[in-house]
Design a protein around this ligand. Structure first.
Ligand code: HEC
Ligand code: HEC
Ligand code: HEC
Ligand code: HEC
Ligand code: HEC
Ligand code: HEC
Ligand code: HEC
Length: 440
């Protein structure tokens, strides 16, 4: 092994490195600091032809549907069409759902055993991680009620998952409703049920409310558009130039929660918790999603358009922490190391997680990247990342969380992907990681 420069401790590194001061003015990042490298991330659009940043009903307009928007905004429409938002919920008409061919891993070949496509009304997802099925009455098919594996996991080479059915809600004794929280996350124009005269979408009683369009379409974020297209003149669509309010509602658990608690289930963070994860990220806690994300482009299938500011747009002074040019190879799966490889570990599980055959006995890996960014360099045991009851992520006095080394390093360093490292040595190296000089 190379010479590890122990005389270059983190404290020295820290005092030499700049602590970037971050001032957010109308979505424009102004960063300053005496020794700071200058950097200018792509600014978020703060002005444009739009004139409505407050009223998301657009003066009581009605919904016209994404296809109508697409007739003028074909550019936005085609980018959005590849995003998981467009396919969050798909109506089933006796046939499997059809997805764009560019979405190479998407697709659900069959409904659960014993069901035909004529027994399904909708598929939830099936586009990036997993699919679940609504029966004709609008209830979500579970193992508990159907007796068969009722979640379809997509191929996910990163954690070694090959497509197939898996158990979903085995303990569910009664039909599981598609409740209003889900309706708000997976549809456009959701309407709550009136308890006096409850209406369900297409009279499917398992769907607790109605909606205008399945999936997260244009008007889910921009509000109803009927008063927008008419001719030139002042336009009246809602545009959330900060991104915060639009994204946070659906990407926090429970729906719309302002609570900082990051929920955990079976030793993994639950999906759609990005708002809470970001709150616990220390340096990024006040960021809105659109600082980094283009709201219209898919991370999974359109990566280069999806991320408008890469890590190095802001952290231009950071190196690759000994992993410059390194590539993980495990069977057919390869991954060129990036900042995200360590700082956005897969500590979230949507559909699947890696088995010990893939990540070894100590490695840990769900199927969704976390937005906590911070790394706990002392601990290799994931249970210390979570509360004693394993129901939430542990936060420090400043409300910050950090991923443990089993999530960060051992999903690769397990003797199956890359060489294995003892926990205490890994902690030792991690603690000093960016300051250790790399050898060619
Ligand atoms: C008849 C054509 C037409 C249709 C249909 C249309 N738009 Fe527009 N939209 C425009 C034009 C023209 C602009 C001005 C943009 C420009 O100058 O590039 C605009 C601007 C916008 C803006 C900027 C904000 C604003 O209010 O100016 C947004 C957001 C937007 N459109 C979204 C939508 C959505 C969502 C739909 C569907 C509900 C839609 N548009 C339907 C023509 C249309
Ligand atoms: C997930 C939420 C979301 C969805 C879905 C969405 N948008 Fe947007 N859109 C935004 C946000 C937020 C902005 C604000 C600017 C930014 O951060 O890029 C924006 C900006 C725009 C703009 C540019 C406004 C300007 O002048 O800067 C247009 C036009 C637009 N959207 C059209 C559409 C159309 C058409 C669709 C559907 C095909 C759509 N959007 C779907 C969130 C969304
Ligand atoms: C109405 C609810 C809703 C809103 C608003 C919303 N999202 Fe989402 N988002 C979802 C759902 C549901 C999924 C997961 C769909 C699936 O894969 O099943 C998702 C998935 C995503 C993905 C993964 C997409 C892919 O194709 O890989 C990104 C990135 C994302 N959202 C970012 C955002 C950002 C940024 C905003 C705000 C501009 C936003 N979302 C607003 C519901 C929403
Ligand atoms: C500091 C930058 C940054 C911020 C802020 C940020 N993201 Fe991300 N996000 C990323 C990057 C980079 C990726 C892609 C990682 C990769 O290459 O797979 C990503 C991936 C995602 C994914 C897909 C994760 C997966 O593994 O399937 C979702 C969903 C998502 N972001 C939603 C959000 C939402 C919602 C917000 C705001 C609450 C947000 N992000 C804020 C940088 C950011
Ligand atoms: C828009 C600019 C921007 C982008 C993009 C960005 N960061 Fe940051 N990051 C910051 C700022 C500002 C801070 C706070 C700096 C400080 O406290 O010294 C920070 C802090 C951090 C921290 C320290 C968090 C803590 O409080 O302990 C980590 C780790 C980090 N960023 C990693 C990343 C990674 C990895 C990416 C890419 C996925 C990324 N950042 C993208 C601006 C950015
Ligand atoms: C091989 C894993 C790994 C990679 C790759 C990696 N980092 Fe780190 N990073 C760490 C570890 C471990 C720490 C905590 C120890 C430390 O501060 O050196 C850290 C700390 C940081 C910090 C906080 C430093 C501070 O002073 O608080 C920032 C910011 C950061 N990394 C950004 C990045 C960026 C940007 C990239 C990509 C250019 C990157 N990292 C690539 C492992 C990694
Ligand atoms: C995405 C997979 C991945 C992650 C995450 C990762 N590594 Fe690595 N690491 C590699 C690969 C691949 C190599 C090169 C292996 C080889 O050359 O045989 C490597 C090499 C190393 C080396 C030797 C570097 C050199 O210059 O020879 C050390 C030390 C190391 N990793 C420690 C860590 C630690 C500690 C962490 C967590 C903070 C970590 N790695 C995270 C894949 C990873």
């Amino acid at each position: 092994m190379q010479n590890r420069n122990r005389s270059n401790p983190l404290s020295l590194f820290r005092s030499a490195a700049c602590r970037v001061g971050c001032l957010v003015v109308l979505g424009l990042l102004v960063l300053s600091g005496a020794d700071c490298p200058s950097f200018s991330p792509v600014p978020v659009a703060t002005e444009g032809p739009f004139n409505n940043t407050t009223d998301n009903t657009n003066d009581g307009a009605s919904f016209i549907g994404a296809a109508a928007c697409g007739s003028c905004h074909s550019d936005y429409f085609s980018v959005h069409s590849l995003h998981a938002h467009a396919h969050a919920l798909t109506p089933i008409l006796g046939q499997p759902p059809v997805f764009p061919s560019a979405a190479t891993r998407a697709g659900v070949p069959n409904p659960p055993a014993g069901f035909s496509w004529n027994d399904a009304s909708y598929v939830i997802g099936g586009y990036t991680k997993r699919a679940r099925f609504l029966d004709l009455a609008g209830f979500i098919v579970t193992n508990g009620t159907s007796g068969v594996d009722s979640q379809w996991n997509l191929d996910f080479p990163a954690n070694g998952t090959t497509a197939g059915f898996a158990a979903y809600e085995t303990a569910q004794a009664t039909p599981l409703a598609f409740d209003f929280d889900m309706l708000q996350v997976y549809t456009t124009g959701p309407m709550m049920q009136d308890p006096a005269a409850p209406l369900s979408q297409e009279n499917r009683v398992g769907i607790q409310g109605e909606f205008v369009e399945a999936g997260v379409q244009c008007e889910a974020c921009h509000g109803p558009g009927s008063k927008h297209p008419p001719a030139p003149g002042p336009r009246t669509l809602f545009v959330d130039s900060q991104g915060t309010q639009t994204c946070n509602a659906c990407h926090s658990v429970p729906y719309g929660s302002a609570d900082a608690t990051i929920s955990v289930s079976d030793g993994y963070i639950v999906p759609q918790s990005q708002h809470q994860e970001l709150l616990a990220s220390g340096g990024h806690s006040s960021f809105s999603c659109t600082f980094c994300h283009d709201p219209h482009a898919s991370v999974t299938y359109d990566r280069s358009n999806a991320i408008r500011n890469a890590c190095t747009a802001c952290h231009s002074d950071m190196n690759m922490a000994l992993h410059e040019g390194k590539t993980l190879t495990r069977g057919d799966y390869t991954e060129t190391l990036s900042c995200e490889s360590c700082h956005m570990p897969f500590s979230v599980r949507d559909g699947s997680s890696a088995t010990a055959a893939v990540v070894g006995a100590v490695g840990r890996m769900g199927d969704t990247r976390s937005h906590i960014f911070r790394i706990n360099t002392e601990n290799a045991d994931f249970t210390t990342m979570f509360s004693d009851d394993m129901m939430s992520v542990r936060l420090d006095d400043e409300g910050r969380a950090a991923a443990t080394i089993d999530f960060v390093c051992f999903r690769c360093h397990n003797g199956i992907g890359a060489f294995s490292i003892q926990a205490d040595l890994a902690a030792d190296i991690a603690n000093n990681m960016h300051a250790i000089p790399s050898t060619p």
